[in-house]
Structure formats: C-alpha cells, structure tokens
Write a protein that binds this ligand. Structure first.
Ligand SMILES: Nc1ncnc2c1ncn2[C@@H]1O[C@H](COP(=O)(O)OP(=O)(O)O)[C@@H](O)[C@H]1O
Ligand SMILES: [Mg+2]
Length: 347
C-alpha cells in the first residue's frame, strides 16, 4: 500500500507521532451479533495521510459508517487496533474526541433552535473557551454563508443549509481531523457543490478530512485518495488515476468513418500499444491503455489510406467502471448481467 509503514499494535504503538500518517488502522474487524451475525468491517488495514481528503467509497451496507464510528470512538471493534494521531482508540477515546470533529450520517442539529444556538450549545459541549466562543460562532456562520440567518430556527433551513451548518459545527474547536459521513446525501446538485466547496476550504486550513460516500462524482471531485469498500472489506486504495489503471482494457476510443479499408484495421492492430480493434457499424472501437497516446498514430494511419475521420471520442474508465471491474457489481447495488469478478486487489 502507498505510504504504508507498518506499526506494531503493542503497547505505546500510537505514542510516536508520524509525520506522514495521522490515522493508522490495523486489522479492524467489527461483527454484530443480533438475530443474525453481520461482519460489518472485515479485517481492514490502511493509513490516512496528514492533510489529505480521504474517501471511503462503497455501496450501502459496505461498512463505511461502522468504520467511522469505530475511529470516532463511538463503537469498539471486535478485534484490531487503530491510532488517531498519537492516541489509541481503545486506550484514549477522550483524547481522540478532543482532536476530531464529527458530522454523522443522520443530522443531529436541533431544528427548534437557531443556527447560532446550535453552534453555541455544541461549542460548550466540546469546551470551546467562553471568551472566544461568540467570535468563533460568527466566523463559522460566515464560512457557511449563513450569518444573515444566525437567529433563525434551523427548521426553516433547506437541506443544504443544514448540512453546511452541521459541517462547520464539527469544526468549531479547530479539530485536526474531520469525519464526514455521507456529507451530501439527499442534497440537490447546487447544494452538493456548495458543500464540496466548503469541504475543500476546510481542508485548505490543513485539516485532514475523512469522508464516506456512495457517490462516485463526490469521491472524484474531492478526494486525494480513495478506498473502495465492499461487504466490509477494503478492496482497493489509491489515487484516482491509479485506480483507473486497474482496468486492463484501459481507454475506449471510437473513431467514426464513412468508408473503411481492411488495411487501416490491420495497421492499427499492429500498434503495440493497442489492446483490441473492432469495427462496429460506422465506427472503429479501439481499446488501449492510454487513449490519448495512441490517437496520433491512429489518425496518421487514416491519413495514409486517405480515409476521412468523421468523429473521435475517448472514454476513460470511471470510478464506477473500476468498482464493477473489482466486484462484478454496480455501486448502486444493481446486478445487471455482471458475473462476480472475485477479489484479490487488496493493496
Ligand atoms: N448496530 C448494528 N447492529 C447490527 N448490524 C449493524 C449495526 N450497524 C450496522 N450494521 C450492519 O453492518 C453493515 C454495515 O453497515 P454500515 O456501516 O452502516 O454501512 P454503510 O455506512 O457503508 O452503508 C450493514 O449490513 C448493517 O446492516
Ligand atoms: Mg453509512
């Protein structure tokens, strides 16, 4: 795994601050035993780097919230260990609560209270100094673009406004790490964009952000690194570009033509960088690891045979394609006609 230094889970393992990683998770498993036994988190190991926006991406039920609840000390793992900065989740939960901000999946705002009062109540709960609390509240309200609504009850707010208020609330005590569980679930596209901007600006203040999402575009837009989780397991972890490279077919190029010549197809086929070439209706469909690199050679071949090109398109794999490749299923839980593809790409 990238940047992965192994840390022993013996006594004092968290005490040495790491300059690189701020969270170190080792073999965390969580099993719920109610009427059924559910392995919600299954032997998960990874690290989060200081200052990054780290995405936990996976379908509903993948175990994202459970992992967040373990790291935020609301839930104990069945086995495994984790360090948050210099603290062990089992030994120092109080210390951890002092350095993190949490925005849970389901809103915990009091809608009967005003925006100001919600922030004040929470600020007192996390021991923000009385002398600085008022100024901090106004700073946060401005950050969330809600200063003019400070004294209005939250029940009059839109979903996007509530979410922004809740995110800045988690930030009231200048936490080192911010945990956001599905920050834009149920929001309209405009509000989602506003929340994204807010998350990016909090990260610019050097806060490490860990967010969970089942939205591909959210992970693509915001996250420096992305961990795919499925059925409690970590199935891949990397930067976006490298995740996309996991797909052997690579990019798909479609070259439109009016007339075709077998010579063109066989010349393209001879290019060592191309995986496959097919003629489909009035298009050549070419798969290549790096589409933009092979395109000039393809254009030159068409020119050599004096055949005009009517259209060119390059389709790079999306995160959705990566998820399908890794799991054989769509991220939204649909099965389609896909066969399970098995696992084995654990970093
Ligand atoms: N308190 C609980 N008791 C029993 N099962 C639970 C509990 N919390 C979560 N689960 C189960 O654990 C699995 C992972 O849930 P969760 O972490 O909420 O997933 P996600 O946040 O990725 O949607 C699901 O099968 C869920 O039903
Ligand atoms: Mg969840």
């Amino acid at each position: 795994m990238r940047g992965g230094t192994a840390h022993s889970s013996g006594s004092g393992a968290c005490l040495t601050p790491s300059t690189e990683s701020i969270i170190r998770i080792e073999h965390i498993t969580k099993i719920f035993k109610n009427r059924q036994t559910v392995v919600a988190v299954d032997d998960v190991t990874f690290e989060v780097q200081r200052g990054e926006i780290f995405g936990l991406l996976g379908p509903n039920g993948a175990g994202k919230s459970t992992l967040i609840r373990i790291l935020t000390t609301l839930l104990q793992p069945t086995s495994g260990t984790a360090c948050v900065d210099t603290y062990d989740i089992a030994r120092d939960p109080e210390k951890i609560r002092g350095i993190i901000g949490v925005c849970p999946q389901n809103s915990t705002l009091d809608v009967e209270l005003t925006a100001y009062d919600n922030l004040e109540f929470y600020g007192k709960l996390v021991n923000v100094d009385d002398d600085t609390l008022d100024a901090r509240i106004w700073q946060l309200l401005k950050m969330a673009d809600l200063a003019d609504r400070a004294h209005m009850k939250v029940q009059t707010f839109s979903g996007g406004m509530r979410r922004k208020l809740e995110i800045v609330r988690a930030f009231i005590h200048h936490p080192l790490i911010l945990f956001l569980d599905e920050p834009t679930i149920g929001l309209d596209p405009e509000s989602r964009r506003e929340v994204w901007e807010q998350i990016a600006s909090l990260n610019a203040e050097k806060t490490t952000i860990i967010l969970t999402t089942h939205y591909m575009d959210e992970a693509e837009k915001l996250c420096h690194r992305i961990a795919f989780v499925d059925k409690g397991r970590l199935i891949a972890l990397d930067v976006l570009e490298n995740l996309k490279r996991l797909i052997p077919a690579g990019d798909l190029l479609e070259i439109g033509f009016e007339t075709m010549n077998e010579g063109v197809v066989s010349s393209i086929r001879q290019d060592g960088l191309i995986n496959s070439v097919e003629v489909k209706e009035q298009k050549l469909v070419i798969s290549a690891k790096n589409g933009s690199r092979v395109l000039p050679a393809i254009v030159a071949i068409f020119e050599k045979f004096s055949l005009p090109i009517s259209s060119i398109s390059i389709h790079s794999p999306s995160l959705e394609d990566v998820f399908i490749y890794l799991t054989g299923r769509k991220l939204d839980g649909g099965n389609g006609d896909l066969k399970p593809a098995g696992r084995g790409r654990v970093p």
